[in-house]
Ligand binder design. Structure first.
Ligand SMILES: *Cc1c(COP(=O)(O)O)cnc(C)c1O
Length: 421
């Protein structure tokens, strides 16, 4: 095998994510990142269209985050968060509660989006138990949703995406409904809640955009309906902003566009500016209050070893500095406008079903993708890193991408889709 020595030596020992290892086309050995570019071992450079699964919102290797990371690395890369606290985490918790709407003010740190959602589910279920209400252990979640890969979060994903039938008997059963987009789906949800509310701990939804489910958009009115529905039936509303948080949809948090405050919100992906794994589950005052008691069993029973890792929190604080000091939301608006103009011509290409843009998310949806491996390879030949999945080719670039780099991404998509594999 050609390429660096570590490639041939290590590849036979690696198990790749969501990959049929028998037929996988070889992954690209990567040696460096800078700005919106990924450098491969053979010297080629790709313009990155997806910011490493939606994390690198300021581009790679931003000097401000790098400096903060190096200073924290020298002082205290990690210390346990049981019985000890530290400045990076406490400063970050305070800043997140200042940025989030309403009284979302209690921050529980973890290290991945899936675990942040797991913690939100545990919080919601235990909220009722602590208040002496039994039987409210199920969630209402939505078709097209994605909340993570762990067993508890698979159970609240889209039934097919979450492989509910394959893992039947292993996954807890929740209520999976259609998003309330029209009268029929609103009525169906009303009926579901009228019948089952006594079993429901919380409604869980990704606000405005269902990301991994296919970049499916819904509007702010749907979210306002869910807030109202939850209030009328006295259940909690959890917003999973692991993907939408930190500017991606055009506002710092998607829930701002609906003017609603969830009872619990989850954050990760762009939280540390795409550097070190970090996640947070943030609860409102009344949720936290249900855990205050003389009964030791009323404490939140969760505590990951690396929770509130100081290095990750330092990176997240530096990332928030950049949101405060640089015009990120203006950049998001400009990226959206450019993608709208430059992806729109795809609408007339053969096999294109839809073109849609929200914030810094641009999507070309196809009827079908015939040869996915070939499509991916053709995009790389164009000098771009774009990862189509299901039936969509999408862009979620860093907010610091230049108009020229973005034009290279949209141009590559137009070129490849004009002559689809
Ligand atoms: C990616 C994602 C998750 C899972 O995050 P991981 O860090 O991969 O565990 C959960 N919810 C949403 C909305 C996501 O996009």
């Amino acid at each position: 095998m050609s390429g660096p020595d570590w490639l041939g030596a290590g590849l036979p020992h690696i198990w790749l994510p969501y990959t049929q290892m028998r037929t996988v086309s070889p992954p690209l050995p990567t040696v460096a990142t800078e700005g919106c570019r990924i450098r491969l071992a053979d010297g080629r450079e790709l313009v990155d269209g997806i910011a490493s699964w939606w994390t690198a919102c300021h581009g790679y290797n931003h000097p401000h985050i790098r400096q903060a990371a190096m200073a924290q690395l020298a002082r205290m890369p990690h210390v346990m968060f049981g019985g000890l606290v530290h400045e990076p985490a406490l400063r970050l918790a305070r800043r997140l509660s200042d940025l989030l709407p309403g009284d979302l003010e209690r921050v529980f740190f973890t290290d991945s989006g899936s675990v942040a959602v797991e913690v939100a589910i545990k919080m919601a279920v235990q909220y009722w138990l602590n208040r002496g209400v039994r039987g409210r252990s199920r969630l209402v979640a939505f078709r097209g949703g994605y909340h993570g890969d762990t067993l508890a979060t698979m159970a609240v994903c889209d039934p097919e995406e979450g492989m509910h039938s394959l893992f039947a008997g292993v996954l807890p059963e929740h209520f999976i409904a259609d998003l309330p987009r029209d009268d029929a789906s609103r009525d169906a949800l009303e009926r579901l809640m009228a019948r089952e509310a006594g079993q429901v701990a919380a409604i869980l939804v990704e606000p405005l955009v269902q990301g991994a489910g296919g970049m499916l958009f819904h509007d702010a009115a749907s979210l306002r309906f869910l807030r109202d529905l939850a209030d009328r039936h006295g259940v909690l509303l959890i917003l999973d902003e692991v993907f939408t948080g930190f500017g991606r949809t055009g506002s710092l948090f998607a829930c701002e566009q609906a003017g609603i405050v969830p009872d619990i919100i989850t954050l990760s992906k762009a939280l540390s500016g795409g550097t070190v794994p970090l996640a947070a589950t943030v609860a409102r005052r009344h949720v936290f209050a249900a855990f205050l008691s003389d009964d030791p069993l009323h404490a939140l029973m969760h505590g990951p070893t690396f929770m509130a890792n100081p290095l990750a929190c330092a990176c997240a604080n530096a990332s928030l500095d950049l949101f405060a000091g640089e015009p990120r939301l203006e950049q998001v608006a400009a990226i959206g406008a450019q993608m709208r103009a430059e992806l729109e011509p795809c609408r007339h290409l053969p096999g294109v079903r839809d073109v849609r843009v929200m914030g810094a998310i641009g999507v070309v949806e196809l009827e079908r993708i015939g040869d996915m491996n070939r499509l991916k390879a053709r995009l790389v030949e164009q000098g771009v890193w774009v990862r189509p999945f299901r039936t969509i080719v999408y862009l979620t670039p860093s907010f610091t991408i230049t108009p020229g780099e973005l034009a290279k991404l949209t141009g590559a998509i137009r070129t490849v889709l004009a002559d689809p594999p």
